[in-house]
Design a protein around this ligand. Sequence first.
Ligand code: NAD
Ligand code: UD1
Length: 339
Amino acid sequence: MAKILVTGGAGYIGSHTCVELLEAGHDVVVLDNLSNSSEESLKRVQALTGKSLKFIQGDIRQQQDLDQAFASHQIDAVIHFAGLKAVGESQQIPLTYFDNNIAGSIQLVQAMERANVFNLVFSSSATVYGEKNPSPYQEDMTLGMPNNNYGYTKLVIEQMLEKTSIADDRWSIALLRYFNPVGAHKSGCIGEDPLGIPNNLMPYLTQVAVGQREKLSIFGNDYPTQDGTCERDFIHVVDLAEAHVLAVENRLTNTGCRAWNIGTGQPISVLQIKNTFEKVNDIVVRAEFSDRRAGDLPSFYANNARAVAELGWTPKHNLEDMLADSWNWQKQNPTGYKA
Ligand code: NAD
Ligand code: UD1
């Protein structure tokens, strides 16, 4: 059993990963500045699992916060979720994204070196494949240039981590390239709680379903796909969380830098999401077709064979589970973690 520092552990994917880590018997220390989350998620993680974790309110850009975390705990490995993730915002305030995501990751890696901790799992994204690679994406494809500043930070951090591990073979780094995480813990106690108007499809759709937003705009119905709407590879957040447990355990006994796609490999269209959500949850979601959103790719999905073979990971949740669990969370928590 290992002691894992989870940066950004109070957030959507981080909180689900904390549950899986605790249930697998690991000790968890979360470092989060709560810029896009609340401590309530961690209270619920502990209530759900009946196990406790340590929480440090701190910032990955602050050397002192990091050094103190490593000095106070015998950390074996780090899972690094902390980062800003709103694509549109990253176009308006790029320097904030470069500072938080890139400079923050550099601070973290330097603090790990000082503390002699060399096992790291990093939250990357399918966006690093760029716009030209055909789907299904495979890990050994030449990466492309993401078309937004958020994606650019993921590419830079991946490359920085790879070069660091080449220069120093004590490092063991996992780059997990997520496709489109959705769903929530089946209890409905933890889930995605975006600040303000959601950018992503699933939280927007569930907020329409719960009556907080008037209707869903489906961005474009003239794409070269089966039904004209975009296709994505939706992955249940609990399956994604399990991939982190397997990846961190893999890193404790391996060295080098290795990328794994974490998706189901199934392209699902936006219209299919809306229609299946209505069917599974027996609810009508008001929706209309609108213009394409700038920067959207028509279709992308994973080849996940490497994660299956090397991590022993298999996604266990189907589309119906993803949509039922997203709704269960939203229904039980119409205003998220806010009382
Ligand atoms: P989230 O916003 O819910 O979680 C990120 C957490 O990091 C938040 O709790 C936030 O408060 C914290 N944080 C941000 N900056 C910090 C800093 N400087 N110091 C300390 N804490 C900080 O997002 P999420 O959906 O859980 O995503 C987690 C990670 O996965 C992010 O790096 C994101 O870019 C990446 N990712 C997410 C998706 C997705 O669709 N959700 C897809 C691909 C990759
Ligand atoms: C986006 C980012 C990606 C990032 C991910 C998670 C882009 C190009 N990509 O992925 O880099 O890792 O978010 O933060 O921005 N949709 C609607 N109506 C809505 C919202 C979305 O029709 O109200 C559609 C979109 O056009 C898209 C699909 O739903 O086709 C999924 O969108 P979204 O959830 O934002 O994820 P991505 O765009 O795939």
